[in-house]
Structure formats: structure tokens, C-alpha cells
Design a protein around this ligand. Structure first.
Ligand SMILES: [Zn+2]
Length: 541
């Protein structure tokens, strides 16, 4: 029979762990399948990890800090090596023979997840279970139904079994660190169409000492609301991978709130600094492939790239001329570098105003179009060779949001700028009115093309931490044709958009052009004269 991995999250369990592990081993042997016992020490200050490691045949994962049962079980799921996974509590309150029918149902394909359920008629749970517990348990199950629609009366039972691939997928979606992870995993499972089946359990002893009724109830209520919000944002509708958690690329914090899931990707807001970023973060190779294909002539430009960048040259040249006017006069006549230069419309707009024009561009199509407009470096900013302390102006037009590691990009730009040089950048603003009105259909939620998104606070922070001083911050605008505007404003309603575009064309207004605020942030910043030592960078995966 298929062996299984048994995950035991443990916090300050040094004292009773040896006994628990003996019981677990004995009980697992009765199941007649191989077992791998994984104790996850959730940042205990006692000797939990040492005690567990001393026990023969037990694998120990040690988390550096105490973050909660949800984080601990997730770490176990990632490390588990068998095709079946179960988890239980460190005081081993349930008779593990209940796992036999649970695993059998999973193996027979009757369900993907098998959960213990204390309220089933065949369950035996009457051991010292106070009325207070039972009453609060019933209220809680009613609340989980009310708030997030869970049909299970007992989402919190500490005995659950999964197919390993299902567990890895669901735990990669987890955002709740503490006890609330149980109902979040079940909510995500139902959202993903996984089949959940309930099984009776037998409580061998009851020790609820770890749960503080009032304080934990409040936290549970907060977590319920959090999951409810995430469900409404459809934040469990994505395909996670099972890599380790991706910390915030700006502050390194691992705690986040899901903002939106779309097209198979999930964007989250960092709880530490407010940066929005894709988590899981797509690989550099996955992002690179975006720019290989029809990026600048994409029929589906709402999901990636531009509809027909080549024909919008006139608009863009004017837009860029307008933006370049924000630079102070002392940089005029100097050397300009445009990162993510596209077809070179900014270089066109800068003609005659700078002594040298350089471009960094990774898309082969665009590199073609850039020929003859200046010095063209093909590749990513990290790949290309650029002279240090050389440029008077570096421009990033709708570009910073494409970097998996925007800090690294800005640090590199700081290096190639001359002392006192300027960076001029435009990037979407998650605090803009348009972002708030359009919500899910906001045009800047293009995944995986946009991997990070800023607002004034996070943009200021990243610039300051990479050695820049902001001189001016304005709302960016652009010239746009009426039919383009119509398509963007109605981007969430494709049928209505094409109807409106057709009407505009009929009325002869398609070529009318307007200067409109895009809601994006435009910043001119100077490289600080004194070199600023960048703070420790968070480690990416
Ligand atoms: Zn952050």
C-alpha cells in the first residue's frame, strides 16, 4: 500500500513530544503502510526540535520563528515525500486508525481530501468536552457557513488527509498563518472543485489548553473575514506552484493579503510595505518568453503587450515629449538612456535634445525598429553592458513594473547614472481612481507582464532605498485617440467596448485625440550625491 507522510506541527512541545511520537509511531504501524513522520518545529524556544530529532525515524523541519500552525503545516506539506499526506496535532488527540478509511477513499478516487469530523454520528468525542467548547464550536461552524459558505460543521478538526498534489496546490494558496488555515484550505479546495469527504474520528483525549477561547475567537473572526474578502476577489482562482513562499521584493516581509487572481496568476499586497506583487512569482524565463512573441502587435492586448504599437507612434512621441519636459534644464544636451525603449518613440522625442541616445530593449521586434535611433543594447538591464557613471538621464516609461526585482534594476540604474543624474519614470498607481473604479478590469492588472505595482508610498520607499531623491512627482498623462480611450474605459466589457468603438468610428471621432490623465505616477528623481549604502536586500527564492 502507498506509504504516507504524517505532518505534526509542534510549538513548545519538548515535554510531551517523546510520548506523542511513540504513540504516533505505534498507531501508524497499525495502518499497515509505510510512514514518514515529519515534525515541524514552529520556532519553539524550548528543545522541541532536539527532542524530535532524537526520536528514531522522525524527520524534523525547524522554522526560524513562530508564525503559526498554518505556516508550520505548509512547510510540512512542501517537504513531504509520499503521495499521501495527513496532518494531526502534536498532542495526538485522535485515534489514527481513522486514517485507514480516509486514505482508502482517496486512493479509490472517491475524494481528493478526507477530513475528520467530530460531529458525525459515528464519531466519539465525549471525553471531557465542556459545554462551553461545544457551544462555541457550533457558533463557529455557523459563522464559517455564513461568512464563507463552508458546508462542513467541523472545519477545524485536527485530522485531515490529502493526495499530495492536491495538498501542495492548496497550501500554496494559503494566506492565513494561524489556526484559521484549516477553513481557508477547505474554502480554496471547494473553489478549485476538489472533492471533500468527511469521516468519523475518535478523540482519545482532549487537551484544548493551547486555544484561548476569547483571543483566538477574535483572530478566527478576522481570518474568516479575510478569506471572505479573498473569495470575493476570486483570489483562489489561480494555478500555484509549490515553490517556497516568495517574500516581498521591496521589504522582504512574507505576510500578504491577496488582491486579485486573474489569468492563472495571483497578485498580493505586502502587509509590511503595501507593494503589490505576483505571488507565486513567475520565473525570469517565463517573463522573457512574453517579449519574444507578438508583444507589440497583440490581438489580445488587454492581457499582454500592445494592440498595435507601430501605428501609435505619433501619440507616443507627443506623450514622451510632454514627459521629458519635466526634466530640469541642466540635463539637457547630456546623455540619455531609455530602458525598455520599445520602438524608440522616446528616443525620437529626445532627438536634438541630448548628445547621445541609448536604448535597452529585450524584444527582438523592437530592437529591429530601434536601428538607427541611437546605441541599442539588446537584452535585459541585468544582461547588457553599460558604462558606469555615464548617463545624465535614465528613463523608465511603464517599465519598472515589469521587473521581478525592481530594487536590483534601480540599483543598476544608480550605477550607470552620473552623480546628480536624473531618473524619469512612469509606472501605474494602485491608489489611482481608475484602479479603484475598474478593480478587476483595471488595465494595469496584466499578468504575468506586470509583476510589481506601486503607489506613491512604495515608489518613494524603493527610490530612497536605492539611493535616489524624488524631486517631482506628478500624475502622468497621455495623448490617446477616442476609440482607444473607449476601449480602455470599457475594458471589462469587451462587447460593449467594440460596440462603442464602432459607434465612435461611424461618427468620425476615432481620430480625435485628447490629453488624459492615466492615473500613473510620474517621478523625476536625482541620484543622491552622497552614495547611499543600500539596505540588506530580501532574498528572492
Ligand atoms: Zn513589502
Amino acid at each position: 500500500m502507498t506509504p504516507f507522510s504524517l505532518i505534526v506541527p509542534a510549538f513548545e512541545e519538548a515535554e510531551r513530544l517523546p510520548h506523542t511520537l511513540e504513540v504516533l509511531k505505534g498507531a501508524s504501524a497499525l495502518l499497515d503502510r509505510g510512514v514518514e513522520i515529519l515534525v515541524v518545529d514552529d520556532g519553539s524556544s524550548d528543545r522541541t526540535a532536539e527532542v524530535a530529532a532524537a526520536c528514531e525515524g522522525v524527520r524534523v523541519i525547524r522554522l526560524p520563528e513562530n508564525r503559526g500552525k498554518g505556516v508550520a503545516v505548509s512547510a510540512g506539506v512542501r517537504a513531504a515525500s509520499h503521495e499521501l499526506i495527513a496532518f494531526t496535532d502534536a498532542d495526538c488527540p485522535y485515534d489514527l486508525t481513522a486514517l485507514t478509511p480516509m486514505f482508502a477513499a482517496i486512493e479509490a478516487g472517491d475524494c481528493d481530501i478526507a477530513i475528520g469530523s467530530r460531529e458525525l454520528a459515528d464519531s466519539e468525542v465525549n471525553l471531557g468536552y465542556g459545554w462551553m467548547r461545544r457551544f462555541s464550536g457550533q457558533i463557529f461552524s455557523y459563522l464559517t457557513w455564513l461568512a464563507i459558505g463552508l458546508p462542513f460543521r467541523d472545519s477545524q478538526c485536527g485530522l485531515k488527509a490529502f493526495r499530495a498534489d492536491t495538498a501542495r496546490k492548496l497550501f500554496a494558496m494559503r494566506t492565513i498563518e494561524g489556526f484559521g488555515f484549516d477553513f481557508e484550505i477547505l474554502a480554496a479546495a471547494l473553489n478549485q472543485g476538489e472533492r471533500v469527504q468527511r469521516f468519523p474520528v475518535r478523540l482519545t483525549h482532549s487537551d484544548d489548553s493551547r486555544i484561548r477561547l476569547i483571543r483566538d475567537s477574535l483572530q478566527m473572526a478576522r481570518d474568516l473575514l479575510r478569506v471572505r474578502r479573498a473569495l470575493r476577489r476570486r483570489a483562489y482562482d489561480f494555478q500555484p506552484d509549490d515553490r517556497t513562499e516568495h517574500p516581498c521584493p521591496l521589504c522582504g516581509d512574507a505576510d500578504f493579503e491577496p488582491v486579485v487572481a486573474k489569468d492563472g496568476f495571483r497578485m498580493v499586497a505586502c502587509r509590511g510595505c503595501g507593494l503589490w506583487y505576483l505571488n507565486p512569482m513567475p520565473s525570469e524565463a517565463r517573463l522573457g518568453s512574453l517579449y519574444e512573441q507578438e508583444y507589440f502587435a497583440n490581438a489580445d492586448s488587454l492581457s499582454a503587450g500592445y494592440e498595435d504599437y507601430a501605428t501609435r507612434g505619433e501619440d507616443f512621441r507627443e506623450v514622451f515629449a510632454h514627459r521629458l519636459a519635466a526634466l530640469p534644464p541642466e540635463v539637457e544636451g547630456g546623455r540619455l538612456l531609455d530602458v525598455g525603449a520599445g520602438f524608440g518613440y522616446l528616443l525620437d522625442a529626445a532627438e536634438g535634445k541630448f548628445s547621445e541616445r541609448w536604448a535597452v530593449e529585450r524584444s527582438p521586434d523592437a530592437v529591429e525598429a530601434l536601428q538607427g535611433k541611437g546605441t541599442v543594447c539588446r537584452g535585459t538591464l541585468a544582461e547588457v553592458e553599460l558604462p558606469n557613471s555615464y548617463f545624465d538621464v535614465v528613463s523608465l516609461q511603464d517599465c519598472l513594473e515589469h521587473f521581478r526585482d525592481p530594487r536590483e534594476a534601480l540599483l543598476r540604474i544608480r550605477e550607470v547614472l552620473r552623480p546628480g543624474g536624473r531618473v524619469i519614470l512612469v509606472t501605474p498607481n494602485t491608489d489611482s481612481l481608475l484602479a479603484k473604479l475598474q478593480r478587476r478590469s483595471w488595465v494595469s492588472l496584466k499578468f504575468p507582464e506586470h509583476v510589481v505595482l506601486f503607489q506613491p508610498g512604495t515608489l518613494k520607499r524603493i527610490l530612497e532605498e536605492t539611493g535616489f531623491i524624488i524631486e517631482t512627482r506628478t500624475a502622468a498623462g497621455q495623448y490617446a485617440r477616442l476609440d482607444f480611450l473607449v476601449s480602455r474605459v470599457l475594458s471589462g466589457y469587451p462587447r460593449l467596448a467594440s460596440l462603442a468603438q464602432a459607434s465612435v468610428a461611424k461618427l468620425g471621432g476615432a481620430h480625435l485625440r485628447f490629453w488624459v490623465g492615466s492615473g500613473s505616477l510620474q517621478v523625476v528623481a536625482s541620484g543622491a550625491l552622497a552614495s547611499v549604502a543600500p539596505p540588506e536586500r530580501p532574498s528572492a527564492d
